[in-house]
Design a protein around this ligand. Structure first.
Ligand code: ATP
Ligand code: MG
Length: 771
């Protein structure tokens, strides 16, 4: 539809249009700040590729989150129609590489049914590798069964942590065992080698393997390289700043035809802990010398106050890419509200008050979808979930928390046992889930099965089969044998059911029916330790299952969109769809995932800053902006990274958070934590010019149902400034931390830290404290 294409181009500014329409054979790099329309331009670029006659199924678009992928697909669909948009491969690095590995699994020494190892399974493999290493070192320790001895096991576990870190680092930098050998690190080389062997023998790949193995496929197998070259005629990459060196290497291999567009912003690089590396921009400049570089310099997203504040903040970073101009034609908007709260509870209360105030005063009617609450750590979101639920405010939680739930893990493990070549992990977990009795009892049974399987060097499930079919007897009571048999037969019939059944949803609901009563009754026990008491409602197995079902339909609609894939499902039946679904869920555990279906448009978004990348909302609350949270202090006490670089990354994170807001930004910090420890506000607040801030102390404004005075609501017109009307005297709290707080703050030279020179503000804050 050329008319719509031109209409789209028309919506872009000159520079954006120039970039989108530039010669498709020339590598293109777009570098620009937040909200400058990079993603919008990238969509234009894809449209140009289509217009130039590149078939949609030969275009590969890499996004950082699945949410970004579906948003991009929608925007493309609006111009070229759904059918064409569906053919384009819009994918994250991980899922792209996973597909590639599956397609050529036998070249990697696996079958296409290989399983994906998550953190837990990786750890088990490491412990095993370590055992092999120790075995080689000293014969005395070698006896596998002996390891069940508690102390030895524990010391293994401690070391395992260290080794896991080592293996992760080795893999994310693509280092081979030989390289460690050369450096003289024999233990490291051996662990890595054993670990890799274990994965091969278990027919498994871990997350890092996806990238590394894809590189292996492209470099060692010319036919794979050729096939990829022919298939991926054009590649576009969003959020390029968060690509790791290995991912970049892969891109380079894929894009040797030069039809590549990368889009990014060095200042928003926030995944260096995952190996992301901003030097990718320089590598790109070097590796594609004939590339064209476009800079966008106008922020279309945020008010001037927000743009200025964020720019001032990021200015404190020394490691920055090319300097970017940050301008905006948007109105200056209201000041950024910095709110001090005395407790996490009052922080929640303030956010809720403001949300109710802004949504009810909004002319377009109540729209919760325009509001987000951002935090540094997942755990902070929990308190908000509870309060929102109590106040009946609809919300969506982004992130992986749901997939970390024990009940989901249990269901997934049971599902995995139905796949051919399933290894010990899922079997063990399935037994743990399905056996009746208390934790101790189950543990005894499972430990015994494990012991037998180790002694006989057979799999968990064959040991279990032997034990419960009473070929080995003596250890268990009759009742326990009966229970074990029941579990075996349940799992067996499930795998038969999968063979017969066509629908994944039916399989999942039958797994739901298999779960023992305690999953319904002992609500707390069902949830992961950190979810505990908060998530009672979600623990209802039915609602969890419903969520999972929604995911199935979401998955089917997005992953089997092209006709090619659809015919594959019909051919292979449910087992292969189930397999793909399990992959999809496994990816969700680590990726920054946001599903469309589980999202209600008219809901507040609760998310970590990391997962807010690329998104925007009218009103944004950054909560718990304390010095222990952002920057996250204990992290850079570690030895791995120098404090400075981590601090800069934390600042970039704060920058990403601030620049998500379109009209109004609130930054909240609390003065004491739940143990009454005093918490200083984030040091980044000091880096924002005071004239852009509206500093608010704790006052009656946070008391429920009371209209705050002197605050500005977000949709007031520009030009209005904050008015410090006298506030009602705060209620006296018997355990008020004020006096102590005041002293400490004075001692900390709190006011100076904030560079507050406005006397009125000083006296106001003082008044608050003195009360
Ligand atoms: P981020 O760095 O956060 O990913 P971005 O550079 O990708 O941001 P976009 O998300 O593409 O920015 O655009 C930000 C907002 O600005 C969007 O709401 C988009 O619709 C709008 N926008 C982009 N370009 C223009 C334009 N030329 N005219 C009007 N609005 C625009
Ligand atoms: Mg973007």
């Amino acid at each position: 539809a050329p008319r719509k294409y031109y209409e789209y181009l028309h919506s872009l500014n000159d520079r954006q249009r120039e970039a989108a329409c530039s010669d498709v054979a020339v590598p293109l790099m777009i570098v620009a700040g937040p909200g400058s329309g990079k993603t919008s331009t990238m969509v234009g670029r894809v449209l140009t590729l289509l217009k130039e006659g590149i078939p949609p199924s030969n275009i590969l678009a890499m996004t950082f989150t699945t949410a970004a992928a579906s948003e991009m697909r929608d925007r493309i669909a609006a111009v070229v129609g759904k059918a064409v948009a569906k053919e384009i491969i819009i994918s994250t690095f991980h899922s792209f590489c996973l597909q590639l590995c599956r397609a050529h699994a036998e070249k990697l020494g696996r079958t296409s049914e290989f399983v994906i190892y998550g953190h837990g399974q990786q750890r088990r493999a490491i412990i095993e590798a370590e055992r092999l290493l120790e075995h080689a070192k000293s014969d005395g320790l070698g006896d596998a069964v002996k390891q069940d001895d508690g102390d030895i096991k524990n010391s293994f576990k401690d070391k395992a942590k260290k080794w896991l870190k080592f293996v992760t680092q080795a893999k994310s930098s693509g280092k081979s065992p030989e390289e460690y050998e050369k450096k003289g690190d024999l233990a490291g080389a051996s662990i890595l080698r054993h670990y890799n062997e274990i994965l091969v023998s278990c027919n498994a790949l871990d997350y890092h393997d996806f990238i590394n193995s894809s590189i292996t496929l492209l470099t060692k197998f010319p036919e794979v390289y050729k096939e990829c070259q022919e298939t991926w005629q054009a590649i576009v990459v969003d959020e390029f700043q968060d690509t790791s060196a290995m991912q970049y290497f892969l891109l380079k291999l894929l894009a040797s035809h030069n039809h590549i567009t990368i889009v990014g912003d060095e200042d928003q690089s926030i995944f260096s802990f995952n190996g992301a590396d901003v030097s990718g921009f320089d590598s790109f400049r070097r590796d594609f010398p004939n590339h064209k570089e476009v800079r966008l310099n106008k922020n279309y997203r945020s008010t001037r106050a927000i743009v200025e504040a964020a720019t001032a903040l990021i200015h404190n970073n020394t490691k920055r890419g090319h300097h970017k101009l940050a301008e905006t034609d948007n109105p200056s908007g209201s000041k950024i509200t910095v709110k001090e709260c005395h407790s996490e509870d009052s922080q929640c209360a303030f956010v809720i008050d403001k949300i109710i105030e802004t949504t009810s005063s909004s002319a377009e009617g109540c729209n919760f979808g325009k509001v987000a609450v951002l935090y540094r750590r997942q755990i902070t979101g929990k308190a908000f979930q509870v309060s929102f639920r109590n106040r009946k405010i609809p919300f969506n939680v982004h992130g992986v928390a749901f997939y970390r739930k024990k009940v989901i893990k249990a269901i997934m493990a049971i599902l995995r046992t139905t796949l051919p070549g399933c290894d010990d992990g899922p079997w063990r977990q399935a037994f743990k889930t399905l056996l009746p009795g208390d934790k101790e009892e189950k543990k005894k049974i499972i430990d015994h099965v494990e012991k037998i399987s180790l002694a006989r060097k057979c799999s968990f499930i064959s040991a279990a089969t032997d034990i419960f079919s009473a070929k080995v007897s003596g250890t268990f009571k009759r009742a326990q044998i009966t229970q074990g048999r029941k579990v075996l037969s349940t799992l067996y019939s499930l795998s038969k059911f999968v063979e017969r059944e066509q629908s994944v949803s039916a399989v999942i609901s039958s797994v739901g029916n298999m779960l023992p009563q305690q999953y319904l009754l002992e609500k707390r026990a069902v949830i992961d330790n950190d979810g505990g008491k908060f998530l009672n409602e979600d623990n209802d197995i039915r609602s969890v299952l419903q969520f999972l079902m929604d995911d199935v339909s979401d998955f089917l609609s997005t992953h089997f969109s092209s006709s090619r894939d659809a015919s594959q499902i019909e051919e292979k039946g449910c087992a292969s769809t189930l397999k793909a679904f399990i992959d999809y869920i496994s990816l969700r555990e680590t990726e920054n995932f946001r599903s469309r279906k589980e999202e209600n448009k008219n809901s507040i978004t609760l998310t970590t800053i990391h997962q807010s990348k690329g998104l925007e909302w009218d009103v944004v609350f950054i909560v718990q902006a304390n010095d222990s949270e952002i920057p996250l202090l204990h992290e850079y006490n570690g030895t791995v990274k120098e404090a400075g670089s981590t601090l800069e990354e934390e600042r970039r994170l704060f920058y990403v958070a601030m620049t998500r807001a379109r009209k109004k930004l609130y930054i909240l910090h609390v003065t004491v934590d739940s143990y009454r420890q005093l918490l200083p506000p984030s040091r980044f607040l000091r880096e924002i010019p005071v004239h852009l801030l509206d500093m608010q102390g704790e006052g009656a404004a946070t008391k429920k149902h009371e209209q705050p005075s002197g605050d500005i609501s977000f949709d007031h017109a520009e030009g209005e400034t904050s008015i410090e009307k006298p506030r009602p005297i705060p209620e006296q709290n018997e355990t008020s931390p004020y006096p102590e707080l005041m002293q400490t703050c004075l001692a900390n030279d709190f006011l100076k830290r904030f560079e507050i020179d406005d006397r009125a503000v000083v006296s106001h804050i003082f008044h608050q404290w003195a009360k």
